[in-house]
Write a protein that binds this ligand. Structure first.
Ligand SMILES: NC(=O)c1ccc[n+]([C@@H]2O[C@H](COP(=O)([O-])OP(=O)(O)OC[C@H]3O[C@@H](n4cnc5c(N)ncnc54)[C@H](OP(=O)(O)O)[C@@H]3O)[C@@H](O)[C@H]2O)c1
Length: 262
């Protein structure tokens, strides 16, 4: 089922953001995560919030958004659909309204295409369109809408990173993963071009595969998988956070080098 919702802010304004010791690179960083109510996105919300980041997240299910926001005082929940063109600006405005700017955008929300997975010859065009809308156009539109704020963050000396969550299906031609694989391949390539084009602006665009994780998404794709062999989303969240921190410090180091050269 695919829902379109009016983006809505579920933040509890009475709950202050948790602050952590200044040595953690995420302390005080403003981070937006799409798909924050389940699996990897939820693990990222928790991990980055625990490390002192100011976090806003997006998902379609209003009840789940309200529940996750209530469980994490200080975290801002936004109900919206990243596959919907009409939702993107309201989502972006709520992210900026809640966080007062943005340092890190994580495009994590994703669509599998047809479920059960299907051969391309049996894939409905609507399933492919939905995968492309969610996995390619959503991240593209949201990045564009937030680019000015990310650039402002660089000017203020914080550094800025966009992380687009990828998959091995972006590279390997797995039968029955056609809609998802094609959309993730497009997202991966687009991320690499964004990264080249935004290099001069010192905005890093990463595209990383978290690995096979034990999440509802994986269960829908491979219902008979041995779940005990899958990575915990919390482990992937930690690894991705480390990659973001490394990218931030590389960009900040190159900023100061530029200043020395000038
Ligand atoms: N799990 C794996 O093994 C695996 C492997 C490689 C890559 N990945 C990638 O990892 C990322 C996270 O996957 P996951 O396994 O954690 O998925 P998940 O458990 O199914 O969680 C998906 C999240 O995205 C939200 N979402 C889905 N469509 C959305 C939309 N159109 N707009 C806004 N939010 C939306 C969902 O909430 P609502 O449904 O309420 O919107 C939910 O919060 C995805 O990019 C996936 O492609 C996963």
């Amino acid at each position: 089922m695919h829902m379109t919702l009016t983006p809505h802010d579920f933040t509890d304004p009475s709950s202050p953001a948790v602050r952590r010791p200044a040595h953690d690179p995420f302390t005080g960083l403003r981070v937006a995560i799409t798909g924050g109510t389940s699996g990897l996105g939820l693990a990222l919300v928790r991990h980055l919030h625990d490390r002192g980041a100011h976090v806003a997240f997006v998902a379609r299910g209003r009840d789940d958004v309200a529940r996750v926001a209530a469980q994490h005082p200080g975290v801002h929940g936004i109900a919206g659909d990243v596959s919907s063109k009409d939702d993107i600006y309201p989502i972006a405005m709520q992210i900026l309204g809640a966080l007062g700017g943005l340092d890190v955008l994580i495009n994590n929300a994703s669509d599998l295409g047809p479920v059960p997975l299907a051969l391309l010859a049996d894939t409905e065009c609507e399933d492919l369109v939905r995968a492309l809308d969610t996995n390619v156009l959503g991240p593209f539109r949201l990045t564009k809408a937030l680019l000015g704020s990310l650039a402002a963050s660089v000017r203020d000396g914080s550094g800025a990173v966009v992380l687009n969550i990828s998959s091995d299906a972006a590279i390997e031609a797995y039968p029955r993963w056609g809609a998802y694989g094609a959309s993730k391949a497009a997202l991966r390539h687009m991320s690499r071009i964004w990264n080249e084009e935004l290099h001069a602006d010192k905005i890093a665009v990463l595209t990383l595969d978290p690995g096979d994780m034990d999440t509802p998404f994986h269960a829908a794709a491979v219902p008979d998988a041995d779940r005990s062999a899958l990575k915990r989303p919390e482990t992937a969240a930690r690894e991705l956070a480390d990659a973001i921190a490394a990218a931030l410090s590389r960009r900040l180091a190159s900023s100061s080098l530029q200043e020395v050269r000038r």
